[in-house]
Design a protein around this ligand. Structure first.
Ligand code: UDP
Ligand code: MG
Length: 310
């Protein structure tokens, strides 16, 4: 398969027909083999019905229906898991991204990149949304590649890169940072951006804070997920050492100089407290290590109810 295009869909019933028409036109004129994968993320409107119809009329259309709303990250992840293309493109399903950009992104990818990320230079979104995106991008840049727009869904990936992405929570905002950490080559390209005509945005102002927590977590995850014990164990060791030396000091004072311990009860308690606290941190580190090893290897972040054409 030459190319797969993945769409996360949540309450986009009125956009889907036009989206499919625009996408089909572009793919037909530029590629030999393609598939469109729509991931229906538990919509309350009749998005799934519309998609079912599209997949009946066009063999290139494949649909994955979630049991409930699992979020944009999980939807993208399901699309990536099922994609068979050597190149995989992800796009919003609300017509804000423009399918006409697909061939340009793919050409750029073929120059030797693993991911070409869309840059909505002329963004058609509210001021508040643009501001929160700006803050997040500037924070994210510390942990990732030097590109302008992390949050644009329109991206093209080589198969190897896309199969290596593991998304959960709100992780779709940090894909470039994740890929960069793994050593993939990433670049960006200006893309068209259009105002939303039908339906409404799923992200209010809360996105800034949600994104912020994710960013802190993703920083720790990138730094320590492989070895959480190195982080917690490190701090634990510091506390244990301080406790140990205070205790040692009291013992030496008692047996070498005959200074009784009891009048220095506070120091004794501090020593024991620090030793215990340090030990507990160490144990937490070991637990975190065990969790990191098993958790996301064992489970997918979504549950599929039904598939069409796959
Ligand atoms: N989306 C989704 N699940 C969700 C929220 C959003 O699949 O829980 C999809 C949505 O249908 C759209 C894309 O993710 O195709 C981006 O959502 P939206 O347009 O609301 O985000 P914005 O463009 O406002 O950042
Ligand atoms: Mg949108």
């Amino acid at each position: 398969m030459e190319i797969s295009v993945v769409f996360p869909v949540y309450n986009e019933a009125k956009n889907l027909k036009k989206l499919h028409e625009e996408t089909r036109e572009v793919l037909k004129n530029n590629f030999e083999e393609w598939e469109e994968i729509y991931v229906e993320d538990g919509s309350e409107d009749n998005s799934y019905r519309v998609l079912e119809k599209l997949s009946e009329d066009d063999d290139h259309v494949k649909v994955i229906k979630f049991r409930r709303n699992f979020g944009q990250s999980a939807a993208l992840m399901a699309g990536f898991d099922h994609a068979e293309g050597d190149v995989v493109v992800s796009m919003d399903a609300d017509l804000q991204n423009d399918p006409k950009d697909i061939p340009k992104l793919v050409d750029k990818l073929k120059e030797g990149y693993d991911c070409v990320s869309g840059w909505r230079k002329n963004r058609k979104d509210s001021i508040g949304k643009r501001f929160s995106s700006w803050v997040q991008t500037h924070l994210s840049m510390r942990t990732g590649p030097d590109i302008h727009d992390f949050g644009c869904t329109l991206k093209a990936y080589r198969k190897e890169a896309v199969k290596d992405i593991n998304l959960y929570g709100e992780g779709h905002r940090y894909i470039p940072a994740k890929l960069y950490k793994s050593g993939y080559k990433i670049t960006e390209m200006e893309v068209n951006h259009r105002p939303r005509k039908h339906g409404r945005t799923k992200y209010g102002t809360g996105r800034l804070f949600r994104g912020f927590y994710d960013l802190i977590f993703s920083y720790f995850w990138n730094q320590f997920s492989v070895r959480p014990l190195h982080f917690l164990g490190g701090i634990g060791t510091v506390f244990m050492s301080v406790g140990f030396f205070i205790g040692l000091y009291r013992v030496i004072m008692k047996y070498a100089f005959g200074v009784p311990v009891l009048p220095h009860l506070a120091q004794l308690l501090l020593a024991v407290g620090l030793l215990l606290f340090g030990f507990l941190l160490f144990m937490f580190g070991i637990l975190a290590e065990m969790l990191a090893k098993t958790y996301y290897e064992e489970r997918k972040p979504y549950v599929v109810e039904e598939k069409k054409g796959l």
